[in-house]
Design a binder for this molecule. Structure first.
Ligand SMILES: Cc1ncc(COP(=O)(O)O)c(C=O)c1O
Length: 384
């Protein structure tokens, strides 16, 4: 439950953003107030900030099975994705990117931008269930492919990609091609061990796992050639200039540690709540379809097509009834834009406009999910 202005909402939009986990704000606050130093300075005030930054880097690295120097702090997932795709190809227009049609806009729009600059790019399709075929991805590479970017968990459907299998297929053909994964939606539920995943780069965003907004990470494997996107004072070993957001880094590292520790409980508890919600919808709403439901899926996403019900109308009625859900990625909800993810999975624009996304998280209780699904079933009955 989220209480704001005396209105109690059932919050089922955790893929858009999550409430901070207890203790995260308290861990961050000193670095916004008393320990406000610039972590790049040389005096005691700076050193306190620098120590906290480097300790956060170590904690993030430990969660990924990486080395601290392989962690680049960014302003979020969008910046991490931009750096992962632009960094390896900047300065050489013969180098390009292969990615998937269901990626987040932070990857897809960056790919389109590189294409407009003259870099070779290729966007690979997915199956009707949103599944990624590793051999199809590897087979789509050309002589100029420098980066293959495949997300771990899809933000709209929760479809999980076997990133290790994609990486193996890519590296079999050309070990010098860099594999990037946008793991922004994955931290709460999937292992992020970069060696097990076989990735050279991995993006994270603090606000998707109980941390602060505006704080992200790009893991960059040692030895990876990367031009910065932001030039300036040379922070982050020259890979990302700008005065550090120490409070943000502390908050992200604290929340990530908690998410990793809580992962198996999250998978069973939140997954159980989602499965029960799904079962009740299937029983209570005729003709409902789970998008991406046939393959591996994260425990906290549920993307439903409810035939003959327009999603914008349903979302409005849910909102009025105290249930917060969405139609897809945060930048799309509210607008009448059709989801590119659902279109890539073969849905027509009209079918995609019948889809709503419910996403569950660490605050979700069985009681509120039960109330949410009962409200949904009633509203669908009314609207039909
Ligand atoms: C899969 C994915 N990638 C990237 C982003 C962008 O992250 P941020 O909001 O930190 O810029 C999001 C946010 O919705 C996301 O879901």
């Amino acid at each position: 439950m989220i209480c704001d202005n005396d209105r109690v909402m059932i919050y089922l939009d955790h893929a858009a953003t999550t409430p901070m986990r207890p203790g995260v704000w308290e861990a961050m606050a000193p670095f916004a107030v008393d320990r406000f130093g610039n972590s790049s300075g040389a005096h005691e005030v700076s050193r306190k900030a620098k120590d906290a930054l480097e300790e956060s880097r170590e904690r993030v690295a430990a969660c990924l099975g990486a080395r601290p120097m392989e962690i680049v702090f960014t302003s979020g997932g969008t910046e991490a994705d931009n750096l992962a795709l632009k960094g390896p190809v900047t300065g050489d227009r013969s180098l390009g990117v292969v990615t998937m049609a269901t990626e987040h806009e932070a990857v897809l729009e960056t790919t389109h931008f590189l294409h407009r600059l003259g870099h070779p790019t290729h966007v690979v399709g997915v199956s009707r269930d949103g599944g990624v075929d590793p051999d199809l991805v590897a087979g789509s590479m050309g002589p100029g492919t420098a980066v293959v970017s495949v997300m771990t968990v899809n933000n709209e459907t929760g479809v999980v990609t076997d990133v290790a299998a994609v990486s193996a297929a890519v590296k079999r053909i050309d070990p010098s091609v860099l594999v990037h994964t946008d793991a922004v939606q994955a931290a709460a539920c999937e292992s992020l061990d970069v060696d097990r995943l076989g990735v050279d780069m991995l993006s994270l965003s603090g606000h998707k796992f109980g941390g602060p907004k505006g704080a992200g990470v790009l893991f960059v494997r040692e030895g990876t050639r990367l031009e910065p996107v932001l030039h300036g004072g040379g922070q982050e070993l020259g890979r990302r200039s700008g005065t550090h957001d120490v409070a943000g880094a502390v908050g992200l590292a604290t929340a990530l540690g908690m998410a990793v520790e809580d992962r198996s409980r999250f998978r069973s508890a939140v997954g159980g709540i989602r499965d029960d919600f799904e079962k009740r919808v299937m029983e209570g709403v005729e003709g409902v379809v789970v998008n991406g439901g046939a393959g591996p899926r994260s425990p906290h996403h549920l993307n439903l097509r409810i035939p003959d019900v327009r999603n914008q109308t349903l979302l409005l009625r849910l909102d009025q009834s105290g249930v917060a859900a969405s139609a897809g990625s945060a930048c799309q909800s509210g607008a009448a834009k059709v989801s590119h993810v659902l279109e890539a999975m073969g849905l027509s624009p009209d079918e995609a406009r019948e889809c709503v996304r419910f996403t569950f998280g660490w605050t979700t209780t069985q009681d509120e999910a039960s109330e949410g699904v009962a409200t949904l079933i009633d509203l669908v009955g009314e609207l039909r």
